[in-house]
Design a protein around this ligand. Structure first.
Ligand SMILES: Nc1ncnc2c1ncn2[C@@H]1O[C@H](COP(=O)(O)OP(=O)(O)OP(=O)(O)O)[C@@H](O)[C@H]1O
Ligand SMILES: [Mg+2]
Length: 299
């Protein structure tokens, strides 16, 4: 049985052109798949449909996660709530409740299975707290457990969101641009964490990314979208510069320049290359370069 199966999914937002056009895809359990494409190509829309947060057009086929029906012919069944328990979602922003502690946020992961009164009063058992702390340990931020969530850096917040999916017992993680607003060092930590959960727990990961080099480095398979259609689905190392140039069009030049600038800033202020914090030593563009602050704007 596939982890994610999407058949003939279409979505027309009122008054707009089709955001998704007969999308079909299958992702097997344990895969880690990147979703790429220019702005507006439909990545977030697709992810929200798979999460059961939005329903497709009536002409659509169906979406299943681990065989469970998420939607069919534009209808989301009531039972989807219980299936959503197995789906962890990580968004670019608004992942956590800022005024609550990091630990409580992670504990929210168990609420899918908890009775309503516990949801309201935030009552958790010792073993639930222990598993939340263990999850925070796995993503390397256990020392921040008691802090207010909004006191964490963006990267730490994303790692807490991943810890929440671990506590939730998610079998599938849908991450929509989880590193879009992070510097390269934090991005790598978040991607490392997603990758570890995928590898160690056999959790299926579908992650949309703007940075193609991260897709190539972390995800064996990439699905590329353009104008609501899948235009590439295959091994990430088969993506060619010419294809990517065409995929992103005018955006590609802008993206490259923006990324270069972000990387130079972050490299300059973070730390030297090849510290123990970047143990994989894999070839992300940012790591390969030696940058001094003086060269920042020399392109
Ligand atoms: N709620 C909505 N109402 C109307 N149109 C929408 C809505 N959400 C998305 N769209 C449209 O659907 C298309 C796909 O948008 P989507 O957000 O899925 O793109 P994306 O690939 O995630 O882009 P980005 O990289 O900028 O996040 C766009 O044309 C967008 O304007
Ligand atoms: Mg998006």
């Amino acid at each position: 049985m596939s982890a994610i199966s999407v058949q003939a999914l279409s979505k027309t937002f009122s008054g707009n052109a089709k955001a998704l056009k007969e999308i079909s895809l299958t992702i097997e359990e344990g895969e880690m798949v990147a979703l790429i494409g220019a702005s507006g190509s439909g990545k977030s829309t697709l992810i929200r449909h798979v999460a059961g947060l939005v329903s497709g057009d009536r002409s659509s086929g169906e979406i299943r996660v681990h065989g469970n029906l998420i939607q069919r012919s534009g209808r989301i069944p009531r039972k989807v709530r219980q299936h959503r328990r197995h789906i962890g979602v990580v968004f670019q922003q608004f992942n956590l409740i800022g005024r609550l502690s990091v630990l409580t946020n992670v504990l929210m992961g168990v609420l899918g299975t908890a009775p309503a009164f516990r949801t309201i009063f935030g009552i958790f058992t010792k073993s639930e707290k222990r598993s939340a702390l263990q999850a925070l340990e796995r993503v390397g931020i256990e020392s921040h457990a008691d802090k207010r969530a909004d006191k964490l850096s963006g990267g730490q917040q994303q790692r807490a969101a991943i810890a929440r999916t671990i506590v939730q017992g998610a079998r599938v993680i849908l991450a929509d641009e989880p590193i879009a607003s992070l510097d390269p060092a934090s991005s790598r930590k978040v991607m490392d964490n997603l990758s570890r959960v995928n590898r160690d727990d056999n959790v299926t990961v579908l992650v949309s990314l703007h940075q193609v080099d991260y897709a190539i480095q972390y995800c064996p398979r990439t699905i590329a979208m353009r104008d609501g259609q899948i235009v590439f689905d295959g091994a990430s190392d088969k993506l060619t510069p010419a294809f990517l140039q065409e995929l992103y069009g005018a955006e590609s030049v802008k993206l490259t320049n923006e990324e270069k600038q972000r990387e130079t800033f972050a490299e300059a202020e973070v730390k030297p290359v090849n510290t123990p914090e970047t143990p994989h030593g894999l070839p992300v563009g940012a790591q390969a370069k030696t940058v001094t602050p003086e060269t920042q704007f020399v392109q």
